[in-house]
Write a protein that binds this ligand. Sequence first.
Ligand SMILES: NC(=O)c1ccc[n+]([C@@H]2O[C@H](COP(=O)([O-])OP(=O)(O)OC[C@H]3O[C@@H](n4cnc5c(N)ncnc54)[C@H](OP(=O)(O)O)[C@@H]3O)[C@@H](O)[C@H]2O)c1
Length: 306
Amino acid sequence: MKPAKLNAVTGAFGYTGRYIARKLLTLGEPVFTLTSNPHREDPFTGQVRVFPYNFDDPDALSASLAGVNTLYNTYWVRFNYRGVTFERAVENSHTLINAAAQAGVKRFVHISVSNPGPDLDLPYFRGKWLVEQAVIESGISFGIIRPTLIFGLEDILLNNIAYLLRRSPIFPIPGAGVYQIQPIYAQDLAEIAVQAGGSTENLVLDAAGPEILSYKEMIKLIAEKIDSHSRLIHMSPNLALILVKLLNIALQDVLLTCDELQGLMADLLVTSSPPLATTSFSSWLDQNSHLLGKKYASELRRHFRI
Ligand SMILES: NC(=O)c1ccc[n+]([C@@H]2O[C@H](COP(=O)([O-])OP(=O)(O)OC[C@H]3O[C@@H](n4cnc5c(N)ncnc54)[C@H](OP(=O)(O)O)[C@@H]3O)[C@@H](O)[C@H]2O)c1
């Protein structure tokens, strides 16, 4: 029997990387991970070896990638905070891509985002575009996957929408709430990524689910499924952001950024490509809404241990 090929998944103990690692393990393929926090709880009970990213030591990073056939990269940051900036994340991504090339990694599957672009005034989406270019220019065979909003029980944003809908008497709808979202299930995304890992073709794929909802429809749907009594109130995006800032103070977190709201309102979380994923957000909610928003999920606790 041929030995299984070695995979590296960045962030395998995090959110999306966890689904990708789980899929690979189910297929009997060996996996190790690179992470920002090697001491976090291991959901795979020791099956996945752990290395730090070592962005400051490219030789060590490259050495940790020796023998890897396919690298699945989920590394990115949500916002600038305490020296962890988008600029730094682009630099770190370059370091990772160069280390992979130096280590002789055969295939690079990169999780990007829907609708990245060089001219966008949104550093998250512009940075993702820059990293895509670095992957394309690396000389490594690549699969670039561009997901919209990724849903799953570990997702911070949807969980916290449900958390607020369960507790708050009002819930803000910035503007008319008609901007669209085409969410993709994390497990479907992992399948698309692993399929792209098995291909030798250079690919750039939009990854979206079968259902397109307006923001307001999505909030209404979550509210209905969790039996929320919260009143949805339309307000200007600026007022909604002031409210979010107050909530940030109360919850000691960053709930939503101005850039994230702008990206959402610019319809960047919807694609014009045919959907590659099959799980609809509403059918997933039917099964999982009872678990959503029971506890607050803190981005700062997850990534900055605050
Ligand atoms: N979540 C979504 O809805 C969504 C939508 C579209 C695209 N994406 C893209 O999908 C990929 C995975 O997203 P995810 O939400 O699943 O991310 P995640 O698991 O929370 O993080 C992915 C990786 O980035 C590292 N990381 C994240 N924030 C960091 C910070 N502030 N400082 C240092 N390291 C940090 C994580 O470190 P640890 O190993 O320590 O966890 C992990 O290795 C990202 O490239 C993201 O841009 C996500």
